[in-house]
Design a protein around this ligand. Structure first.
Ligand SMILES: Cc1ncc(COP(=O)(O)O)c(C=O)c1O
Length: 421
């Protein structure tokens, strides 16, 4: 093809750069009015407003679970879930290395030790066989992460967790509304944690999160941890509950304004996800034939909700690396990236065991009683994926022109890779 690449001085496919995840919330007057309504009440905190429990009830209904505990981020949802599980310091938590750093950070916040199980190279999700191989007497929790919107393989994980008496905390931050064999993610484990950060499937005003569970005890503990460690009911006849502290707690509360936005966004979630899936199908149909670019592999029994479209660059077929290809795409106006250019187990904080107070706790704490090492080669699939995955945009606010620009840019760069060598 004769079109000159923008990187080489040609005309770009589009002038305004299109990011792979949205940089703006998909909101309209409904959210604005909901916020104004809350503002007019002047009752802005969860402690004085009914909005947060209204949102929690709506979210629990959507997921068909008993309890939802709204918090201020997906990270704090994970931290609370681990704390509520009451796993003692020095225990291991298994997670995938192809995830957001927050999954590992939450583990460290609770003085627990992250143990990485490699991912399936096709689905990018944690491989159940790899989990099994890493289970020891120290393993207490497994965190399957439903990456990019596709559910992890939950049946074997649930079976294994039962056999080894492990707590399952599902990280659903990228998969709000996804389904595994017809059942929603977040409902397989003991707890499911969600993020409402700006670029997620729905937002609660830029930041936010929630934990879902059917377990009343876990829900009670999670509510207390979210609110400074206060109990629901005071054990003292003359001291109110808000003056009593029964566990280590935090202020991880969601505000009434966030909850009001969440209530509106939750009603729109099904429509948002349907459009994401449609956009992803459109990309798959139109880029399927490009040699060296593989569309995401989606299992038939999964409902993928595409936080992003996780294509893969096969360098041997395409002729250039993912990074070279992505650079040329950016010049064409499409910002596509790898998700984990450094897998989590090789991030400095983990690899160098950077712990509390300049020491290496919790990794090498006396109570851990064992040396853990994180080095290259530990998770070869994730390490390979780190230079091959290419996240493309499919969020619901894209226009048909935007999608066509993505296709055009991919085709243009792929047909001119010889210029990039
Ligand atoms: C897989 C995963 N886990 C956890 C989080 C943390 O969520 P938040 O950014 O709301 O703290 C995110 C989101 O960014 C995520 O993608």
């Amino acid at each position: 093809m004769e079109e000159k690449l923008a990187l080489k001085g040609g005309e770009p496919v589009r002038k305004e750069v299109l990011p792979f995840v949205p940089r703006e919330a998909d909101i309209d007057d409904e959210e604005t009015n909901a916020v104004l309504d809350v503002l007019r009440t002047k009752k802005l905190s969860q402690l004085v407003s009914e909005k947060v429990s209204e949102f929690e009830e709506a979210f629990a209904r959507y997921y068909g679970v008993e309890h939802a505990i709204a918090v201020n981020s997906g990270t704090t949802a994970l931290h609370i879930a681990l704390a509520a599980a009451e796993i003692g310091p020095g225990s291991d938590v298994i997670l995938p290395p192809y995830t957001f750093m927050a999954t590992a950070n939450a583990i460290l916040h609770q003085n627990l030790v992250p143990v990485f199980a490699d991912v399936n190279p096709r689905t990018y999700n944690i491989d159940p066989t790899e989990i099994e191989e890493r289970i020891t007497e120290k393993t207490k929790v497994v965190i399957p992460v439903h990456m990019l919107g596709q559910p992890a393989d939950m049946d074997p994980i649930v079976e294994m967790a039962k056999r080894h008496d492990l707590v399952i905390i599902e990280d659903c931050a990228q998969a709000n509304g996804a389904e595994y064999k017809g059942k929603k993610v977040g409902t397989f484990g003991d707890m499911g944690c969600f993020s409402f950060y700006l670029n997620k499937h729905m937002t609660t005003g830029g930041e936010g999160g929630i934990i879902i569970t059917d377990d009343e005890e876990l829900a009670k503990r999670a509510k207390s941890i979210r609110n400074h460690g206060r109990p629901e009911v005071s054990p003292y006849p003359n001291v109110p509950a808000h003056n009593v502290y029964t566990c280590i707690g935090y202020n991880y509360r969601m505000t009434a304004i966030q909850a009001a936005i969440g209530l509106v966004q939750l009603r729109k979630l099904g429509g948002f996800n349907a459009q994401r899936r449609k956009n992803a199908d459109y990309l798959t149909k139109n880029i399927g034939g490009i040699k060296g670019i593989e569309p995401p592999y989606v299992r038939d029994d999964m409902k993928h909700v595409y936080w992003a479209y996780g294509a893969r660059v096969v360098k041997e077929e395409l002729g250039v690396s993912r990074d070279t290809f992505a650079k040329a795409l950016l010049a064409e106006g499409i910002k596509a990236e790898g998700y984990c250019p450094i897998p989590v187990h090789l991030q400095e904080v983990i690899k160098d065991k950077v712990g509390y107070g300049g020491g290496s706790c919790p990794f090498d704490c006396p109570w851990y009683g064992r040396r853990v090492e994180y080095q290259k080669g530990l998770c070869p699939n994730a390490e390979r994926l780190s230079s091959e995955d290419l996240l493309l945009p499919v969020y619901q606010t894209l226009t048909e022109d935007d999608l066509n620009d993505v296709v055009a840019a991919l085709r243009k760069v792929a047909s001119n890779v010889s210029e990039l060598r």
